[in-house]
Write a protein that binds this ligand. Structure first.
Ligand SMILES: *[C@@H]1O[C@H](CO)[C@@H](O)[C@H](O)[C@H]1NC(C)=O
Ligand SMILES: *[C@@H]1O[C@H](CO)[C@@H](O)[C@H](O)[C@H]1NC(C)=O
Ligand SMILES: *[C@@H]1O[C@H](CO)[C@@H](O)[C@H](O)[C@H]1NC(C)=O
Length: 605
């Protein structure tokens, strides 16, 4: 009996030489095509049949498809009827895999000569969930609460197998336990949908700390993937809606330093309570109740165009009645506004008039919260890096706007300036060229021009009012021109004058008819007068000759006149008298000769 049993037990080993190898597990994502391999091994090469079946819930086999003698057939009435086939390599192909397809598949191979064998494989199906959905508890959470409060719920829908949900604070896992506690825990629930997919929800409870104010929370669904991998999907992040009292108050200005007049300055008072407290902002007054800043109750006060009067001490109080007594809710702040007074300039007038060649001394001064640097500029050119600038020997080009700038280097942008305009004035200067004009003939056109310079620009007038003048002014120069037809009877004396309040200049024109160098009858008169001049010159020369002769004779006949006149002067009065007589006589003679021409030269001897 025992031996028989042994033989039976050994039978498959010796007679059933068919071995069937199948992969132990096939993992597939939903909707894909699953291929379940089945590889029989025979000692010969016999004919065989294959039967693919599935273990149902109760553990009994349900046949799906078969192969026999070269043909395959699919069993009717199973979930797989329209989706499976047996391929030539004996594998079972399942199209469009569903969650419910998951299970144990058996490949049984039977050969008439070598018996049968089988192998089983597990089909595992995976479904990736949708992104986790988050519902946040909108209620204010208080840090004074003694037990953990509900913070939010995270739901991961429709995945297979079921995912796990984890909670994070600032991307760090919170590791919330599943048991109820006082500090931190999460409750979780898994439901199976009709589709066979799982929906998992997790609700987080925690006792918030003050540090949680800025923390961001999120949940992640972590789900398995084929091949032992996992993947995860994160929810949106959220912040806790925390309620806590004010512990710290800060009070600052922006900018916080080097404030100058005209700046926009914001005072900001901030308590760290939530909800934010209201504030009382005041400017402190000596020996008096502070003056409340209007509209400062939200903790912000803006000075548009701040002024020196806004310098001083400010106080801010956070009005949080939840705060414990020992919390300091009052802060002070000192504000200093730098300023410069207007620049004063000497000379004090906006416009200073000076004459050409004069000197002007410019001086400016300025003071403020800090001592400024002063400079003088004209346009962009720096003339002096001090408060003084001296203009010597003024010329017209010195006219213009001079600016004294005050800058405080330690307070960027603190700047004041004052302009002064210098006007260099001068009397008219008239160009005297071309005042003699020759005209070819009566009735010919003539143009006369008058060019004058001065400041103020001179006004040019012509003495003959019926002459039409055309005028052009450039810079400080004016040119006036008149044109007319020459008429010797009426146009003998033409003049222009240039005038401003500093003076007047006149230019007289001499107009004459041009004389050709031929002897025309009209020129006899002129020729006559020149012969007369020649005659006079000849007479004068003759007279001079006579004088020279007379002088020579006197020198030869008597003694040298220097001695004869001077020696007796010193010795005896009689001879001195004679000398005087001689001298006067001689003079008279000379006068007579020269016809009273006033020639004192000869008397020098
Ligand atoms: C608030 O005040 C507490 C105690 O005075 C201090 O420890 C903490 O650093 C302060 N927090 C801030 C943000 O200033
Ligand atoms: C700023 O205030 C000053 C007087 O304090 C005033 O002269 C100036 O015009 C103001 N500027 C602006 C831009 O309002
Ligand atoms: C001074 O004059 C300059 C140039 O003419 C001008 O740009 C500037 O605005 C003036 N400054 C004042 C204060 O009038």
């Amino acid at each position: 009996m025992e031996a028989l049993l042994l033989i039976i037990a050994l039978l498959p080993g010796c007679l059933c030489a068919v071995t069937v190898s199948v992969p132990p597990k096939v993992e597939i994502e939903i909707g894909q095509e699953a291929i379940l391999k089945c590889t029989p091994k025979f000692s010969g090469s016999p004919k065989y049949s294959i039967e693919w079946s599935l273990l149902d819930q109760e553990g009994s086999r349900v046949r799906i498809a078969t192969y026999n003698d070269g043909s395959t057939s699919v069993d009717h009435g199973t979930d797989f009827t329209s989706r499976v086939a047996i391929r030539s390599d004996n594998s079972l192909v399942i199209k469009d895999v569903r969650v419910k397809d998951e299970g144990t598949f058996i490949c049984r191979v039977t050969s008439a000569s070598e018996g049968s064998g089988e192998g089983s494989t597990e089909l595992k199906v995976y479904v990736t969930p949708a992104a986790p959905e988050l519902t946040v508890n909108a209620q204010l959470l208080s840090i004074t609460e003694v037990i953990a409060s509900e913070v939010g719920t995270c739901i991961s829908r429709n995945s297979y197998p079921a995912p796990t949900i984890e909670w994070y604070r600032n991307q760090e896992p919170l590791n919330a336990k599943n048991e109820k506690g006082t500090e931190l825990y999460a409750t979780s629930r898994t439901t199976t949908e009709a589709s066979g997919l799982y929906t998992v929800s997790s609700t987080l409870f925690l006792k918030p700390q003050k540090e949680d104010v800025d923390a961001v929370f999120s949940c992640k669904a972590i789900f398995p993937l084929p091949g032992g991998h996992t993947s995860q999907m994160e929810s949106k992040v959220f912040k806790l809606n925390l309620h806590y009292y004010t512990e710290n108050v800060s009070f600052m200005s922006s900018p916080n330093d080097l404030i100058k007049e005209g700046d926009t300055v914001t005072l900001r008072c901030e308590g760290d309570g939530n909800p934010a407290p209201t504030y009382l902002m005041q400017k402190m007054k000596e020996n008096a109740e502070g003056e409340e800043l209007p509209s400062g109750s939200d903790g912000v006060y803006v000075f548009q165009n701040i002024s020196r009067h806004n310098s001083g001490s400010y106080r801010c109080e956070a009005l949080d009645f939840d705060s414990p007594e020992d919390v300091e809710l009052v802060k002070h702040l000192n504000l200093f506004v730098h300023y410069l007074n207007p620049v004063t300039v000497i000379p004090g007038e906006e416009e200073v008039k000076r004459s050409l060649k004069e000197d002007v001394q410019l001086f400016c001064s300025c003071d403020g919260s800090e001592k400024p640097n002063l400079i003088w500029k004209k346009g962009n050119v720096v003339l002096s890096e001090t408060s003084r600038y001296r203009l010597k020997d003024l010329s017209y080009s010195d006219s213009g706007v001079y600016t004294c700038e005050a800058n405080v280097p330690s307070v960027p942008g603190l700047h004041k300036e004052q302009n002064i305009t210098i006007v260099v004035e001068g009397p008219p200067e008239l160009d005297m060229e071309n005042h003699q004009v020759e005209v070819e003939a009566e009735g010919h056109p003539v143009t006369l021009s008058c060019k004058a310079k001065g400041n103020p620009v001179p006004k040019i007038t012509w003495n003959q009012p019926d002459l039409k003048a055309s005028e052009s002014v450039s810079d400080l120069e004016v040119v006036s021109e008149v044109s007319f037809k020459f008429n010797s009877k009426t146009m003998n004396d033409i003049s222009c004058s240039a005038e401003n309040h500093l003076g007047m200049k006149k230019k007289e024109f001499v107009l004459s008819l041009y004389v050709a160098p031929s002897i025309a009858p009209a020129e006899e008169q002129k020729g006559g007068s020149s012969t007369a001049i020649i005659a006079v010159v000849v007479c004068v020369l003759l007279l001079l000759l006579v004088v020279a002769l007379f002088y020579f004779l006197q020198k030869k006949g008597k003694l040298a006149c220097g001695r004869s006149e001077k020696q007796p002067l010193a010795q005896d009065p009689a001879s001195a008298e004679l000398a005087v007589e001689l001298k006067s006589e001689k003079r008279n003679d000379q006068r007579g000769l020269l016809g009273g021409g006033g020639g004192g030269t000869a008397a020098e001897c």
